[in-house]
Design a protein around this ligand. Structure first.
Ligand code: UD1
Ligand code: CA
Length: 452
């Protein structure tokens, strides 16, 4: 079995992005551009991945997983120069597949096809090409009939060559032994003064080696991201691919045009996503859940059959058959057991809520442990922060918290205990006890509001 490695070129600066972030670190569907390319390579089971880094390499390196080998290109003298840096790391590698970190729309099926064509034709190199209506700025594929001759860069092309629509996408397979020799013979004698990787193809042709081309139907795969406008185009393409994937997996999208699902999200069957649903990060949703409308969940888990509407959730875990919203705000550390109800204008942070408990309206529950079948009345606030420390509130099973109760933490409400509406509870309440804290109502008779 010949050995393969993938090489991702990502040393360029990306000046047109006007950003402090290296170009390849910009996100698409919540995932860095470069990571899209890495994941694509992984899904066709190429055992080694090397990334050529230069500009902003510390920032890129920090975000990459350890399995990606880093090759540093200190000065960016062109794509040919970039690949020269890789050659010393290619002992025992027979073929490399070369990609660009700024071309995140490449698909695994296309890489597979390109590698198959390369293998079966025993070519020195195989170039992924595409037919562009407007090929401006890209390298053109020069052929005589069906026979490949060379690639010419836009800036070096004649007026006639510029009319050619078949372009070089910048993704290739190479026979490493042939490439190693060819790279010794390329020079920066061209309009841009760069070492062009694309010069090796004419060398191969002139020495009688086969250069194959494989033309992809999906022109998006060739889209290189150099500007924020191109970033937005790529975002849209990736979004449509993700939406289509989940619909094929059995998820109903009422309105795909207002639904956003990031690359790291996992969904089960028979989920319904209502309009304006945004699912981000590592959100995971179980079967039969109904999410939205107008809901944003980041790194959340939602259990079977739960309904979440008009809600913002962040690192929250929602059990099975819960009802959340409208207008709930679930913050990090929220863990809801099964059959919990969280209603309108309720904020929960760093709290565990037991099975069947209800917080139907207008409450703040923070740093709390709430048991099973607890009812928390409207306007209840856990006063968990004294300006210095955060303290815990414990509410045991079947307790009933009256409306507009302030629970001054640390405090514990015993099992089956009740607090009277409007009470400020600063002392522990024993089990099965009613705690009332409010002054007696006074009546002043025959009161006239305006005495004058
Ligand atoms: C290259 C091709 C062109 C092709 C186009 C497709 C060459 C000479 N031309 O042109 O035929 O149509 O891609 O997008 O290869 N890079 C490095 N180090 C360098 C230079 C570039 O790592 O010294 C990286 C860049 O970060 C980028 C990739 O290589 O990811 C391509 O470089 P770029 O300068 O964009 O090449 P193009 O001029 O677009
Ligand atoms: Ca480019």
């Amino acid at each position: 079995m010949p050995h393969w490695a993938a090489v991702i070129m990502a040393a360029g600066k990306g000046t047109r992005m006007k950003s402090k972030l290296p170009k390849v670190m910009h996100l698409l569907a919540g995932k860095p551009m470069l990571q899209h390319v890495i994941d694509c390579v992984r899904s066709v089971q190429i055992p080694r991945t090397m990334a050529i880094l230069g500009h902003g390499r510390e920032q890129v390196e920090a975000a990459l997983d350890r399995e990606v080998e880093i090759v540093v290109q200190e000065e960016q003298l062109g794509t040919g120069h970039a690949i020269m840096q890789v050659i010393p790391h290619c002992h025992e590698v027979d073929h490399i597949i070369v990609l660009s970190g700024d071309q995140p729309l490449i698909r695994p099926e296309t890489l597979q096809k390109l590698m198959d064509v390369h293998r079966s034709s025993q070519a020195a190199a195989t170039i992924l090409t595409a037919a562009f209506a407007n090929p401006f700025g890209l390298g053109r594929i020069i052929k005589e009939g069906d026979v490949f001759l060379r690639v010419v860069e836009e800036k070096d092309a004649t007026a006639e060559e510029r009319l050619i629509k078949e372009i070089n996408t910048g993704t290739y397979c190479f026979n490493v032994a042939k490439l190693r020799e060819a790279l010794k013979n390329i020079t920066p004698k061209n309009v841009q003064g760069e070492y062009y990787l694309t010069d090796v193809f004419a060398l191969f042709h002139s020495q009688g080696d086969v250069v194959q081309t494989y033309c992809t139907e999906d022109v998006h795969e060739a889209l290189g991201i150099n500007s924020r406008a191109q970033l937005a185009v790529a975002e849209d393409v990736i979004r449509q691919r993700i939406l289509t994937y989940w619909m094929e997996e059995g998820v109903t999208l009422i309105d795909p045009s207002s639904t956003f699902i990031e690359a790291g999200v996992v969904l089960k069957r028979d989920i319904v996503l209502q309009p304006f649903t945004i699912l981000k990060g590592k959100t995971y949703i179980e079967e039969d859940a109904v999410i939205g409308p107008h809901t944003t969940l980041t790194d959340c888990t939602v259990g079977v059959g739960s309904e979440v509407s008009h809600t913002v959730g962040n690192q929250a875990i929602i059990g099975n058959h819960c009802t959340i919203g409208p207008f709930a705000y679930l913050r990090p550390g929220t863990i809801l057991a099964d059959k919990v109800k969280v209603g309108d204008f309720v904020e929960i942070k760093n709290s565990k809520i037991g099975v069947g408990s209800k917080i139907p309206h207008l409450s703040y529950v923070g740093d709390s442990l709430v048991g099973e079948s607890v009812n928390i009345g409207a306007g209840t606030i856990t006063c968990n922060y004294d300006g210095v420390n955060k303290s815990k509130t414990i509410i045991r099973d079947k307790a009933f918290i009256g409306s507009n109760t302030n629970l001054v933490a640390p405090v514990e409400i015993g099992e089956g205990a009740v607090t009277g509406a409007g009470s400020t509870i600063a002392k522990n309440v024993p089990a099965h006890t009613l705690a009332v804290e409010r002054s007696t109502q006074r009546h002043i008779e025959n009161w006239v509001r305006n005495k004058k």
